[in-house]
Write a protein that binds this ligand. Structure first.
Ligand code: UD1
Length: 453
């Protein structure tokens, strides 16, 4: 048993199966003293963006789906709540199995994703396709505005309609129904990651063959397809831009290990480079990080890769290099903010172009408050590097923006206080413990280390 301390928010309800609560820290500030090189080994968690669709995929069967390497982050907790509200049983592992989750959607009493949950996590819309396929109906709140851009779900809706769904929008909700979805040939107007995943899941139980063109090629899409095939689906081509799905009548339970989080790994690799450290980033998948390695090579960072780890050696002589975000296998938009922190310490001018989201430079203003020389010109940020960063009070505006402020703070003179780090808790597991383990001076304000068991 643990004692409930007022400084911790109890976000989990007692789990029916194992009587455990998930305790996440409620403190909302990091205090970081910069200047230490990061040295040693840090272990990477499972990919949040692969775990979220995998949890949604469990809706497609009435048997148990066991997922391993699930990261303990807030978005996973939100998805757990979403599934519980629909009538699913969700069991969290504990002790050595703390990263295992078993989901059983024997009966789904309410195929609905409420505004309250969708507003905190846009990826909740991933349940639309699976609910429609399994229950023949779904009611999902439209996502609210987002700090990094409009982020509509029009493509999910249009493509599900091509599979025969009847969809209306009322009172802020998408209402969808279909007796049974019917396979179709669908070309996405624009590449969308969760859109591809949503359609992929919906098509597994559709009648006949579905061909999806212009799909997202992210490793998380391929990971989802691998889980679906273990569940009895017939999916080919995931990870390429054309995916073929032959619909089946029923899916079964399965056990699946989630791939490592390439964005978390990359964030630590950049941290090692930036702090002139010598860091071994273990438990990752180097083949998912090729675009980052190419850029770091141009910047002057030494990288050595093994089958499941990366050793990064920083340098005091970083050189500026331009960067453009693109869909996978291009440079990920989810690393743009972290790359900008690196660019502030590189000699010369780096032009960073954000191609995926229209408003993803909120972190730039905060980096400027710390001493960065950054000018925003529409979708481009011009960073004049090698400025001395100094600790300041700054505000995190979204998940990856928070990570860039942490990186800048690690090289800043003096103390940085980052407010609203609940954003970082959405997607980075124990980031402060992991950073402390490799020599960073970081603490949560008023921290009492959470008890885990
Ligand atoms: C996913 C990732 C997110 C990442 C993003 C881009 C998850 C849970 N999240 O988000 O971390 O930053 O990919 O790599 O995997 N769009 C439309 N209409 C739609 C859907 C998307 O116009 O129906 C636009 C978006 O506004 C954006 C672009 O398409 O400009 C790409 O967005 P998308 O790939 O869908 O992002 P997400 O899947 O939400």
């Amino acid at each position: 048993m643990f004692s409930v301390q007022s400084k911790f928010l109890l976000t989990g309800r007692i789990n029916r199966n194992i009587g455990r609560r998930l305790v996440l820290p409620a403190m909302d500030k990091f205090v970081i003293r910069g200047g230490n090189p990061l040295l040693g080994t840090v272990r990477i968690s499972g990919a949040k963006n692969a775990a979220l669709p995998a949890m949604a995929a469990a809706l497609l069967t009435d048997e148990a789906v066991i997922l391993e390497n699930i990261p303990q982050v807030r978005d996973i907790e939100t998805t757990r709540k979403l599934l519980l509200a629909m009538g699913a049983e969700v069991e969290l592992g504990y002790g050595r199995a703390q990263h295992r989750t078993t989901i059983c959607c024997r009966q789904l009493s309410a195929p609905e994703a409420s505004y309250e949950l969708v507003k905190t996590m846009r990826a909740s819309t991933l349940v639309l396709g699976p609910l429609l396929a399994r229950c023949g109906r779904a009611r999902v709140s439209l996502p609210v505005g987002c700090a990094i851009g409009a982020r509509p779900i029009d493509l999910h809706i249009q493509c599900l309609e091509k599979l025969g769904a009847k969809i209306s929008q009322e009172h802020g909700y998408v209402e969808a129904s279909a007796k049974r979805l019917k396979g179709a040939e669908i070309v996405f107007d624009k590449i969308t990651v969760t859109g591809t995943e949503d359609l992929l899941m919906a098509s597994t139980l559709a009648e006949g063959e579905t061909v999806l063109e212009n799909c997202a090629r992210e490793p998380e899409v391929a990971d989802l397809a691998s889980l679906l095939n273990k569940m009895g689906a017939r999916v080919e081509g995931a990870g390429s831009s054309t995916i073929r799905i032959l619909g089946v009548d029923k899916l079964r339970g399965a056990k699946h290990r989630i791939i490592p989080d390439r964005i978390e790994a990359a964030t630590f690799i950049i941290a090692g480079a930036l702090t002139d450290g010598d860091l071994n980033v273990s438990g990752c998948e180097p083949s998912h990080l090729a675009a980052l390695f190419e850029k770091l090579h141009a910047v002057g960072v030494k990288i050595k890769t093994l089958s499941d780890s990366v050793r990064v050696e920083g340098s005091r002589e970083l050189k500026a290099a331009d960067m453009i975000t693109e869909e996978y296998p291009g440079f990920p938009t989810d690393l743009q903010a972290q790359y900008m922190a690196l660019a502030t310490q590189a000699e010369g001018t780096s032009v960073i172009t954000e191609n995926i989201f229209e408003n993803r430079f909120m972190h730039a203003l905060e980096l400027v408050r710390m001493g960065g020389n950054i000018r925003i010109e529409g979708r481009r940020a011009v960073v004049r590097g090698k400025t001395t960063m100094s600790g300041a009070a700054v505000l995190a505006s979204d998940l990856r923006a928070s990570a860039s402020l942490v990186l800048a703070a690690l090289v800043a003179e003096g103390e940085t206080i980052i407010d609203r780090v609940y954003h970082i808790d959405r997607g980075y597991e124990n980031i402060e413990e992991k950073l402390r383990g490799v020599g960073a001076q970081i603490r949560r304000l008023g921290e009492i280390l959470p008890k885990r068991h």
